[in-house]
Design a protein around this ligand. Sequence first.
Ligand code: KG4
Ligand code: ZN
Length: 338
Amino acid sequence: MNILAIESSCDETAVAIVRDGREVLCDCIASQVALHREYGGVVPEIASRKHIEAIYGLADQALEQTGLQRSDIDAVAVTYAPGLIGAVLVGVNFAKAAALALGKPLIPVHHIRGHIAANYIAYPELQPPFLCLVVSGGHTMIVHVKDYTEMEILGGTLDDAAGESFDKVGRVLGMPYPGGAALDKLSQQGDETKYDLPRSKPGENPYNMSFSGLKTAALNLIHHAEQVGEQLDIPSLCASFSAAVSDTLTPRVERAIRETGCKKVAVAGGVAANSRIRRDILAAAEKLGATVYLPPLSLCGDNAAMIGAQAYYEYLAGNTAGMELNAYATKSILGEKI
Ligand code: KG4
Ligand code: ZN
């Protein structure tokens, strides 16, 4: 089954064609990151306009690259939530028009389910059940993927997402948006023990976590240094910050492995590219005899291939939509019927 998949929830316009959920025939992306960089973050209105400009050409490019005809497409999938509402709407409307014109089913896909499904592409042998640490720009949670479309959220952030806090600290340090990758790179040359930053303490739900205290602590440290004219060791601050984020995430993943008895752990989302988090999750899983699934960096960030992968399983579960499909800025990953 060839699925034409569309992703436009943030600042990447993406179109992919994925066969049977696992085989990526093409994965086309038009990134707007450079454009938003000048504003220090995504400007929603600009994002929507750029999606409109890019999406038609990308869909043509996808067909051209694969040599497929329009008639070879069996279904159209799209990220319908969550994301910047204007941006998601562009993809949803394009997908609706395409499904209508082709006379093929329309499959709505939750963006975070897509991030999780990036692992199906990277690891053809991976099947649920497994645990997934989702760490993206806007979401941080530990999910028990019981089946392809059946999930349980064990816990997540109560405030900022991990990616958001990386980006905020990166911005204050003068790094180009989004700061996560640059901060990670600089941290390689730093001493992570140099700055003492807080780790989120377990609360009532031991899987829940918080990043706003850590973010504020880092920002206070930077502002204080500026005020008193102290020269900060930036690589070490980056390393200390990355360590604090990972020390918040990793013990919760360990707990999930122990408590659920599930010996497979996947990581998903843009922050899954972080070298410190990758290293720590690998070490934790090894200690507990669990297998780790870490998608390649190209599949960690937003792309449409992951949407096409999840769409196949949504289709098999009967989760298709009609022309009434709407876009949503927020929506739970727990598949309520659309
Ligand atoms: O999943 P994603 O592409 O977008 C959302 O769906 O939110 O994630 C983007 C996030 C940004 O916050 C970016 O700074 C972060 O992923 N990121 C990283 C790294 N690479 C990307 N954060 C930490 N270390 C990295 N190496
Ligand atoms: Zn994403």
